[in-house]
Design a protein around this ligand. Structure first.
Ligand SMILES: Cc1cc2nc3c(=O)[nH]c(=O)nc-3n(C[C@H](O)[C@H](O)[C@H](O)COP(=O)(O)OP(=O)(O)OC[C@H]3O[C@@H](n4cnc5c(N)ncnc54)[C@H](O)[C@@H]3O)c2cc1C
Ligand code: FES
Length: 385
């Protein structure tokens, strides 16, 4: 099967909440499921279109599970006349037990650091709990303190609650915060606090500790959690995160912040913009304070990078993580979506020069085309952007 895809059978479909349903996938060829790191995602090919439509979903089951992979998907209904979400509504409305689906192997850099012995803070909002549940299962086998904090609207949309609670013990403490609990939620005492996860909640429920934090959820939730962790003194190299969508606004803020920094004007940038620089840096997990200006070990030799259609020339000095980021830092606004070599939205023409992929594209672009989100130049390069 092309592009590293394998065929899987839908072995089960389980409604987890009013808006989230889980899908269990078993290989059709009886070979083992893929190895998956806790927090990684798989990519599904949505049928029915000439161009490949690929959608990524975090694995939400125990990563050690050998019979199946599971994803848990929020149905993204179109609001105010907008069309329904292509992938999520296909899964919810059309995919049934027994159907076969093409799936590509687990990917992603947002996964539990299993070499660490530090306590762990798993912070999720809405459907962002899926990678956290996978991490939680793995942490059940470790000897680390775990605080699983989940924020959502109310019990009607809260998925995988019982599963998370089944992991609770002296070391593992799940807490749920509902923004708008219903009368039933109150009667059944389904939540620990009403409102949002804030400083008071954290100081009440999470003892001071040398945590590693993982954040996933809607972008405003992630920004708020990141800022909260900063306030609480969690070092930024101990915060990992995953966006579930295109991080357009955050990327734009990061680009403005980066350019302000390089102009030595960072002190004039709004504190929120300065803080967002880290949040949008895909290498943040490994980064230390100086990492943003330190060339990567495999940085190719410097060279002029020409964005021909925009009439912009800049230099690759190793401070950008990819050609896409270099273009953004130069003030351009190229198309992108996944920033991970999956969706091909960032594909553009390579007029001259060579690139090297630090993340192998899921579907190789045609000759003369390159994906700029996951590549770096090998010397001077001209792109038709
Ligand atoms: C690493 C990663 C992991 C992820 N893991 C999960 C997961 O575990 N669970 C999960 O549920 N999701 C997850 N996602 C999100 C998932 O990949 C999809 O982005 C999500 O399901 C929405 O895709 P869709 O095709 O349903 O919606 P799309 O078709 O992409 O549409 C998105 C939204 O835009 C609206 N829309 C479409 N067209 C218009 C228009 N013209 N005007 C206005 N609005 C419009 C739709 O109604 C919908 O609400 C993950 C994403 C990433 C990047
Ligand atoms: S943005 Fe998706 S492949 Fe580059």
């Amino acid at each position: 099967m092309a592009g590293g895809f394998r065929e899987f059978r839908v072995a089960n479909k389980v409604v987890e909440s009013e808006i989230i349903t889980s899908f269990y996938f078993e290989p059709t060829d009886e070979s083992p499921v893929w190895e998956v790191l806790p927090g990684q995602y798989i990519t599904l090919r949505v049928p029915g279109s000439a161009d490949p439509v690929l959608k990524t979903y975090s694995v939400s089951c125990d990563p050690s599970e050998t019979r199946h992979h599971r994803i848990s998907v929020k149905r993204e209904a179109g609001l105010n006349g907008a069309p329904d979400g292509v992938g999520s509504c296909w899964l919810h409305d059309q995919v049934e037990i027994g159907d076969t689906i093409e799936i590509a192997a687990p990917r992603g850099k947002f996964f539990l650091d299993e070499a660490s012995t530090r306590p762990v803070l798993l912070l999720s909002g809405g459907v962002g709990l899926t990678p956290m549940v996978s991490m939680l299962y793995r942490l059940c086998e470790a000897d680390r303190d775990v605080h699983f904090l989940h924020a959502c609207e109310n019990g009607q949309v809260h998925a995988l609650r019982d599963e998370v609670l089944s992991c609770a013990n002296d070391r593992i403490k799940p807490r749920f915060v509902y923004r708008m609990p219903t009368a039933e939620d109150r009667a059944a005492k389904l939540f620990d606090a009403q409102g949002v996860i804030d400083k008071t909640f954290m100081q009440t429920h999470v003892p001071i500790g040398d945590y590693e934090a993982y954040i996933c959820g809607p972008t405003p939730f992630m920004v708020a959690m990141y800022q909260l962790l900063q306030e609480l003194g969690v070092p930024k190299n101990r915060i990992a995160y995953e966006f579930f969508g295109k991080a357009t606004s955050l990327e734009a803020l990061a680009a403005r912040s980066a350019s302000a920094r390089s102009n030595k004007a960072a002190s004039r940038a709004a504190p929120t913009i300065q803080a967002l620089t880290f949040l949008t840096n895909p290498d943040a997990w490994a980064a230390d304070e100086g990492a943003a200006t330190t060339p990567k070990p495999d940085t190719p030799s410097a060279g002029d990078i020409v964005f021909q259609a925009s009439n912009v020339t800049t230099t690759w000095d190793g401070s950008a993580t990819s050609l896409l980021e270099l273009a953004e830092n130069a003030g351009l606004n190229p198309e992108f979506s996944c920033r991970a070599g999956i969706c091909n939205s960032c594909k553009c023409g390579l007029v001259s020069g060579e690139v090297v992929y630090f993340e192998e594209p899921l579907i190789q672009p045609e000759a003369g085309q390159v994906l700029i989100c996951c590549s770096r130049p090998k010397g001077p390069v001209v792109l038709d952007i």
